[in-house]
Design a protein around this ligand. Structure first.
Ligand code: PLP
Length: 417
């Protein structure tokens, strides 16, 4: 093997539910110079990042910052800091990532209660509230956008019900943040965790999160500053100390806050990337960004249906940024994906567990959510399916999406005259 040449990854069209194409402006920000982690030039960028994240999480919370690691590191940080061994945690599950919440909570000593829903459906608020009243958990942990099934769970009533009962609610908004409304304060969510590699169009490797004062007090009661850097003022924890050092949010907030407690060495270039990704979201405008995701979803689904394909989830519970398609009978789902990637340079995703081979998942997220990508994936998928002998309507998918775009653009142009 020859190690003497630079890596040359191919340029792909990525239409999966993550990672998606990184915005070129994010990649440019990542290539700017590394500065020291306590250099004011850097701490200013940290402060700005926190302010941008507050806007995107739609919160007045003091604490909104990233944990270094992939999205699950943010989930783990919140659960590790919140769960006292023996706490009862209710996890409503409607896909793979609900199970991930149980995996993590269990490792931190929680007593887990699950409520399961068939994959491809979501819960009514009443179902969860009834279970909450029966189990009386300390914490409810659940997923907002389930990328494994392409479903979105409404959270407003559940959040309010938790608040009224003094239960904490922790939400995985990894797939939705920056693409679909996530109203942390209005929905009474105590902690929300996002992801970078999806609607932010930032490479994977950071987990932006936010939590409120109510949950923050719980973290503070368990705070134990590392011996080598603790001062006289740092007390011993009142409650059982947080079991993880890396994921201890009580120390991490002191690193992101005015104390600048020396915890880990910050991932400088990833903070630049997150700052730029967040800045692009705020500059686009949250409402405009959500509308853009809806717009391209409409074009994509029009094209898929014109081709004769059926969607795994439709209607209110469909996640706007992930479209799941039923694989036609006798078609090898993985072979189709392989040809799409090998011949067209386009990546779409399979799913997990019981849905593997049964559905394809197309993500339309962040920078990948563009007209040329939607038209490209439709045309390529139609060609590959025809080649594989699937009963699709030739020449229809791109035409349907193209007509959608042309009509919308004509209407917009007419309105501007
Ligand atoms: C809804 C959801 N939660 C959590 C995760 C885990 O994220 P990561 O792979 O970045 O740790 C994913 C990843 O795809 C996801 O889609």
């Amino acid at each position: 093997m020859d190690y003497h040449h630079e890596i040359q990854p191919p340029l792909r069209t990525i239409m999966t539910p993550g990672p998606v194409e990184a915005d070129p402006r994010v990649l440019r920000a990542m290539s700017t110079p590394v500065v020291g982690q306590f250099d004011p030039a850097f701490t200013n960028i940290m402060n700005e990042t926190m302010e941008l994240l507050r806007r995107i999480f739609q919160t007045e919370n003091e604490w909104a910052f990233p944990v270094d690691g992939t999205s699950r590191s943010g989930i783990e940080a919140v659960l590790a800091s919140a769960i006292h061994p023996g706490d009862s945690v209710l996890v409503p599950i409607y896909g793979r990532f609900g199970y991930l919440l149980t995996e993590i909570a269990e490792r931190y000593g929680a007593e887990i209660h699950t409520l399961e829903k068939e994959w491809g459906t979501v819960f009514s608020p009443e179902e969860i509230i009834e279970e909450m009243d029966r189990v009386q958990p300390d914490i409810v942990a659940m997923v907002h956008g389930e990328t494994s099934t392409g479903c979105i769970q409404p959270l407003k009533e559940i959040g309010h019900a938790c608040r009224a009962r003094g239960i904490y609610i922790v939400v995985d908004a990894v797939a939705t943040i920056g693409g679909v409304p996530v109203k942390t304060d209005e929905w009474c969510l105590d902690a929300v965790i996002g992801g970078t590699q999806k609607c932010f169009s930032v490479p994977s490797g950071m987990a932006p999160l936010t939590y409120n004062e109510r949950l923050g007090r719980r973290f503070q009661a368990r705070k134990k500053v590392e011996r080598g850097i603790a001062t006289e003022a740092d007390k011993q924890p009142e409650a059982p100390m947080i079991r993880s050092n890396y994921f201890d949010l009580s120390q991490l907030q002191d690193y992101w806050g005015p104390r600048r407690l020396n915890h880990h060495t910050e991932a400088t270039s990833m903070v630049y990337a997150l700052h730029e990704g967040a800045r692009l979201i705020v500059n686009e405008g949250l409402e405009a960004r959500f509308a853009r995701h809806r717009y391209h979803e409409e074009a994509l689904t029009a094209g898929l249906k014109a081709m004769g394909l059926s969607l795994f989830v439709e209607g209110e519970s469909k996640l706007p940024v992930v479209t799941c398609i039923n694989v036609p009978e006798d078609i090898d789902a993985d072979e189709v994906r392989k040809i799409l990637l090998g011949q067209f340079g386009i990546e779409i995703a399979s799913s997990f567990g019981p849905l593997h081979g049964k559905i394809w998942r197309i993500g339309s997220m962040g920078y990948s959510c563009r007209k040329e990508n939607v038209l490209a994936v439709l045309g390529a998928l139609e060609s590959v399916l025809l080649y594989a002998g699937a009963p699709v309507n030739p020449g229809t998918s791109q035409q349907a999406a193209l007509s959608f775009y042309m009509q919308k653009e004509d209407t917009k142009a007419a309105a501007e005259v």
